[in-house]
Design a protein around this ligand. Structure first.
Ligand code: KIV
Length: 271
């Protein structure tokens, strides 16, 4: 526990704790995690949330996209992460094609929560019916707008979303509707900083950015990108936090502190 931790207890944080952080203007730090050792370390440093992202398809499994990741993969990695954490809030991704209907989404979300130990599930896109149905079943949901990696074959490339006015207006409307149907958090990926600022200000739920500027309520990065051990080129919105430190714990601490103090991301990491 350190000076940037929002509580001195090791009770797991809840969605209401995260909402309270937004209310009092405290930035929320988040990293992806996929195994018990990193989960324990990230948790020890005091990072507020861990996302078991389907990015594991790329950084752990070596695929080119997140599409091959299965619900079984997600349950396995989520349970590894959940078992080792004491305080951080754990979110797990519903992978590609595991939420084509609300009922199928609920069955898969239940696996992530019951067998995986996730406290919340995340799904990509303006899937209002799924979000509403999951929330009705007592399943907390995180929305995800902007760049949607599961739609890479429709998008053609991993590029910034919401640059045109019409697309920006649509994203704001989708964000408000996701909140209205019960989403408890929203991730914005690769979105112009000014649009992310606007969405964060208009929503009452916490908005977590990745490549979305400094004015979101919190930040998330893919762990392996910020440790500079990714298999591909580090994205422009990430930073090598291993630079200038002697070990991984110091790098994660530097990231956590930079997020808490609004020192990351800088304009260099924003669009
Ligand atoms: O899968 C993942 O790691 C994610 C983040 C990029 C937000 O969804």
């Amino acid at each position: 526990m350190n000076q940037y931790s929002s509580t001195t207890t090791l009770k797991p944080l809840s969605i209401t704790d995260l909402a309270a952080m937004k209310q009092r203007g405290e930035k929320i730090s988040c990293l992806t995690a996929y195994d018990a050792a990193f989960s324990a370390l990230i948790d020890k440093v005091g990072v507020d949330m861990m996302l078991v992202g389907d990015s594991l398809g790329m950084v752990i499994q070596g695929h080119d996209t997140t599409l091959p990741v299965t619900i079984r993969d997600m349950v396995y990695h989520t349970s590894c992460v959940s078992k080792a954490r004491k305080r951080a809030f754990v979110i797990a991704d519903l992978p590609f094609m595991t939420y084509p209907t609300p009922v199928i989404a609920a069955k898969n979300a239940a696996k992530l929560m019951q067998a995986g130990g996730a406290q919340m599930v995340k799904l990509e896109g303006p899937k209002f019916d799924c979000v509403s149905f999951l929330v009705d079943q007592g399943i907390p949901v995180c929305g995800h707008l902007g760049l949607l990696p599961q739609s890479i074959n429709q998008l053609g490339s991993y590029k910034v979303q919401g640059k045109e006015q019409a697309a920006a207006e649509q994203m704001l409307a989708d964000a408000l509707k996701l909140q209205q149907v019960g989403a408890g958090l929203l991730v914005l990926e690769c979105v112009p900083a000014s649009l992310a600022k606007d969405i964060s200000a208009q929503l009452t739920i916490p908005v977590i950015g990745i490549g979305a500027g400094v004015d979101c309520d919190g930040q998330v990065l893919v762990l392996y990108d910020m440790l500079n051990i990714g298999t591909g080129k580090r994205p422009r919105f990430s930073r090598n936090f291993m630079s200038g430190v002697v070990n991984i714990e110091e790098a994660i601490t530097a990231y956590h502190q930079a997020v808490k103090q609004s020192l990351f991301p800088t304009p260099e990491h924003s669009f």
